[in-house]
Design a protein around this ligand. Structure first.
Ligand code: FES
Length: 336
């Protein structure tokens, strides 16, 4: 089993055959830096000082040509082949609260959430253990590379994992999920990952902002908040943006939670004015609705975000540039 030694420290860890450097480090409770876990964000870059690694995805978008020339690799894509010495700056923030485990789970069913978002349920033989807002890495048959999907439910002893996934017409993973999974079929699921999980030690009210299938981790956070005694006095404002009224979802789950209407509020907006016929709510981008509903005091909240990159960017501009919300109060995992 190859060992990885971290330069300028006493830390070393073993990598199980086929396991990436990042996942092996996290399984040992080490704060190896990461965000997406799938080769897109570049956060897990390291320098290989000695030894050899294989890459799961040689053209990973998280690595630039310049990085490649400088001998940098991605921890989430690198499989150590022998003892390696690497240079990487550990991040305490990335040290896992729950050690990720790879296990087999079986597909048990789905339900349609909108015309193009479907909730898939998988069940494993051990407890489904994760914090609200975290994600799993799924290995799907005949799909190259693992895919990251956030859990839409809460940790449970039944071993149940629920994911709300949006269909991408050209996406091999979503095509497999929507059209190619038979009930009982087993896949590998590795979890939990991600740092955008519900903070229970914050004294601030909570704001969740999402679009598209980014709603899944926000639903988990809203359910986690509603069931956590420590957050009983806190309010949660749940914002969801879609292009058309047919894209709007999520309120049915929130309506069943304790505190709905008093401590838990749902707001939705559609962005395409031409498609908004009959829509009784606001038309515009979701960050505009956040600004109009919460007014000026945005720095008083703890924010959780998930959605398409332009939405995340617009919300960040609103929060950080316009309202000086400290970045420590804004939680999201970068998948781009
Ligand atoms: Fe490796 Fe994002 S965590 S590229």
């Amino acid at each position: 089993m190859p060992t990885v030694k971290l330069d300028a420290s006493e830390i070393s860890f073993d990598c199980a055959p086929g396991d990436s450097m990042l996942r092996s480090a996290l399984r040992h409770g080490i704060g190896f830096p990461y965000e997406c876990g799938v080769g897109a964000c570049g956060t897990c870059k390291f320098e290989l000082l000695s030894g050899a690694v294989d890459s799961l995805w040689a053209e990973a978008t998280g690595l630039s040509e310049r990085d490649r020339k400088k001998g940098r690799h991605l921890g989430c894509q690198a499989i150590p082949l022998e003892t390696c010495s690497v240079k990487v700056r550990l991040d305490d923030h990335c040290r896992p609260e729950i050690i990720p485990v790879r296990r087999k789970v079986a597909f048990t069913g789905y339900r349609d959430i909108t015309h193009d978002i479907r909730e898939f349920t998988f069940v494993g033989g051990d407890r489904a253990d994760f914090l609200p807002g975290q994600f799993a890495l799924l290995t799907l048959p005949q799909v190259a590379g693992d895919r990251a999907y956030s859990m839409a439910n809460l940790a449970n002893d039944k071993g149940e994992w629920k994911f709300q996934v949006r269909r991408h017409p050209d996406g091999s993973a979503t095509t497999l999920l929507f059209d190619g999974l038979a009930p009982g079929q087993e896949i590998f699921l590795d979890a939990p990952y991600g740092m955008a999980y519900l903070r229970t030690d914050s004294s601030r009210d909570i704001v969740c902002i999402s679009g598209g299938s980014g709603i899944a981790p926000m639903l988990s956070i809203a359910q986690g908040k509603a069931r956590d005694e420590r957050l009983a006095e806190k309010s949660l404002h749940f914002f969801f943006g879609g292009r058309t009224p047919a894209d709007i979802c999520g309120e049915d789950i929130l309506r069943d939670l304790p505190g709905y209407g008093s401590k838990l509020h749902y707001y939705a907006a559609v962005s395409d004015a031409d498609a908004a016929h009959g829509w009784p709510g606001p038309v515009g981008l979701i960050h505009e609705l956040v600004a109009s509903k919460l007014k000026e005091a945005l720095a008083a909240y703890e924010f959780y975000l998930a959605g398409p990159p332009p939405m995340i960017q617009a919300v960040q501009n609103l929060l950080v540039s316009e309202h000086k919300v400290p970045s420590s109060q804004i939680h999201f995992d970068r998948f781009f």
